[in-house]
Every structure is written in C-alpha cells, then in structure tokens.
Design a protein around this ligand. Structure first.
Ligand code: ADP
Length: 370
C-alpha cells in the first residue's frame, strides 16, 4: 500500500463513527483510540490511552482472563473474533461484536493488536427475546403434553366401566328391535371413542418416551397382508378395490410387528376413509437401495399442496369428509412418530385435490444374511 492510501485508510478508521477502533501494544495497553471508540465507549483518547484493555471488559470476563485470552488467540491465529459485553466509561454495558488482529512488522515480529468493535446490543436483545420465546413455547408445549397424557388416562378410566355397564344393560334388556338398535349405536360410538382415546394414549406415551419397541425380523408383506385382510369387509362394503402388490422376495425389516401394523392400519384406514366408493387402494412394497419401502396409494380426494408439509403434524386435518367418522388429526402424527422410532421416515405425495394420495414409509432394510 502506498503512503497516500495508508493515510486515507487511517483517516477512514479514525472517522468511522459506527465502529470503535483502537490499537494496543503486546501487553494490551491502549496506545491509539479512534473517534468511533470515543463515541461508543465514552472515553476520550486522553482518558484511555495508557490504560489496559481490561478497563473495557465486564468484571466477570476479566475474572475469567478473557482480555488476555483474546490477545493470545489473535497472536496465534492472526485474528480472533469475539462477541461479548463491554463496559462504557459511565459503567453501562453494550453488546460488542468485533475482532482483534495481530499486527506485525516486515520481519514478522509482533507489534501489537488492533481491535474493532461494533455496538450490537440490538441484535443481542433480539436474540435474547427469541430465545425466551422459544423457551416459553417449549414450556407451553410440555404443559400440553402433560395435559394430553392426563386427559387420555382419565378418559380411559371413564370409558372402561362405561363399556362394562353397557354390556350389563345389554344382557338385561328385553329383546326388542328398537332397544337392540339403540344399543348397537351406543356400542359403536363407544368403540369409536375407545379408538380415539387409544390414539391419544399412544401419543402421550411416545411423548413421554415410554414406548419400548420389541423388534423382530419380519417381512413387511406379512404385516401389510394382515392389515389388508382386516379391512377387506369395510372395503367391499364401499365397493373399493383394496389390493396388495408385493414382490416375490419378502422385504425383511427389523420392527415391532404390532407397532408397524398400527402404522399400516392408520394409512389403509385413512385411504379407505378419504376415497369415494368405487375407488382403488393399493398397498405396495419394494426395495430401494438399502431401504424397505411400503406405499399406500389411493384414488381418493387427495391433499392440497399447502397442507402436505403439515400433514404429519399433530391435529392437522385437510378437508372434512361428509359422513366420515370424526378424527382428531392424530393418526398420521402417530405414524410418523412410530416410523421415526424405527429409524425410518414417511412421506406424502398427492397431485392435489381429487387426484389421490400416496403415503410412503421407508425403513432400514435387513439383508438376507443379517
Ligand atoms: P384424522 O384422519 O383422524 O383426521 P390423520 O392424522 O390420520 O387424522 O389425518 C390427518 C388429515 O390428513 C386428515 O384429516 C385428512 O384431511 C388428511 N388425510 C390423511 N390421509 C389421507 C388420504 N389418504 N387422502 C386424503 N387425505 C388424507
């Protein structure tokens, strides 16, 4: 750099009001102080030159040896970056973002250090506010988890004697058609409620980390076939074609069979629920690389693009389907939680409303010889 450029640079540094720039010798004694430094720290050049840089640090950082540490890092690495509280002449603090550069002569001998600091208290405050918000949201979400757990346990406690009571009443009832029809309706609703409460309970257990998987080596096709058979009657009733399309070689996975059956059941039950009469539901398995892949595909009402990214979140529901049993938007969230517990993932694909949906579960594949 020629002399002119150097002195221009000196002027620019000296006059930059938004940044504090100062030079220190090897021991950290300040020997040059810019007008920006005066503005930001509140010391005039006469007050601070000759003092140690420690003066500008918060007492807790001085106690931790931070002023010396900054210089040591800068000397070893050439530059040291640091964000910390600094103390002004009047004792007030500001959050400084800056760096220290080691300056050397042509022979590489250390001359001293230059430090540049900007007042970024605004950023620090925004960060703190954000951190507090995240903390209070986490706390609220934890309280909601506790509430869910308590609610589902309490509902379960009420439901069990209610079902027993119903059964006692049923046995004692005179066998009139009306009474039996009435009982059937009550029993069906109680069953629906039981399945909602079971989902809630499962969710609470997963949230609390209480779900223990009993892993077994099984063929995905076996689980899928069981679920298809369990839904055969319901599909026939709605004239829906429900098919399993499986490869010749079984797709082996290491899973908790009951939990995986729960996953496939949720997906197949949804496919039936959200596909009009006469539609088709295919349950397919395949292998992609080292992943076992199960897809439940339907020709149903589809899922709008804007809902797809949220579909596995708790309580998300897209369209209400007239006549379909009420849901809570828990099923897919459970699917995701269970698949994740197994080290797998789940995706949705739909070309939009009316264009059908496909849910794909991916699990680690177990090789034949394992
Ligand atoms: P629920 O079915 O109890 O509402 P889920 O978590 O199982 O809860 O599903 C969440 C939402 O995702 C449903 O309300 C529905 O809008 C949508 N959905 C799930 N499966 C399908 C599907 N196969 N086709 C269309 N929409 C679906």
């Amino acid at each position: 750099m020629d002399r002119g450029a150097e002195s221009n640079l000196g002027l620019a540094v000296g006059q930059a009001n938004e940044v504090a720039v100062f030079w220190m010798n090897r021991e950290g004694t300040i020997d040059w102080w810019s007008s920006g430094a005066e503005r930001i720290f509140g010391y005039t050049s006469e007050q601070i030159v000759g003092q140690n840089v420690k003066r500008l640090f918060a007492p807790e950082d001085v106690a931790r040896g931070m002023p010396q540490h900054e210089l040591t890092v800068a000397e070893a690495a050439g530059i040291g970056e640091d964000d910390r509280w600094h103390v002004r002449a009047d004792g007030s603090r500001f959050w400084g973002n800056g760096f220290v550069v080691a300056t050397r002569d042509a022979q590489g001998k250390l001359l001293g250090f230059a430090k540049v600091v900007r007042n970024r208290t605004d950023v620090k405050e925004q960060l703190e506010a954000l951190r507090n918000r995240v903390k209070s949201e986490q706390e609220a979400s934890r309280r909601k988890d506790v509430f869910l757990a308590t609610l589902s346990h309490e509902l379960r406690n009420v439901l069990a004697p209610l079902t027993t009571g119903l059964e006692i009443i049923r046995r004692g009832l005179p066998a009139t058609r009306e009474l039996h029809l009435g009982m059937r309706i009550v029993a069906r609703q109680a069953e629906l409620m039981r399945s909602l409460v079971d989902d809630l309970l499962d969710l609470a257990r997963i949230n609390e980390g209480k779900v223990v998987l009993s892993l077994e080596r099984v063929a995905l096709e076996r689980i899928a076939a069981l679920v298809i058979e369990a839904h055969r009657a319901a599909a026939d009733q709605r004239r829906q074609r429900l098919k399993g399309l499986f490869p010749d070689v079984p797709t082996l996975v290491n899973v908790d069979p009951d939990r995986m059956q729960q996953v496939v059941t949720n997906l197949v039950a949804n496919a039936l629920k959200y596909t009009p009469e006469g539609g088709t539901i295919n349950v397919m398995t395949t292998v992609e690389g080292n992943e076992a892949v199960l897809t439940v595909e339907d020709t149903g009402i589809g899922i709008p693009a804007h809902v797809q990214p949220l579909i596995f979140d708790l309580f998300t529901q897209a369209e209400r389907v007239p006549g379909a049993a009420a849901g809570l938007g828990i099923g897919l969230s459970l699917v995701k939680d269970i698949v994740t517990l197994h080290g797998g993932s789940v995706q949705v694909r739909s070309d939009g409303v009316g264009k059908g949906s496909a849910f794909t579960v991916r699990l680690p594949l177990v090789a034949e010889g394992d």
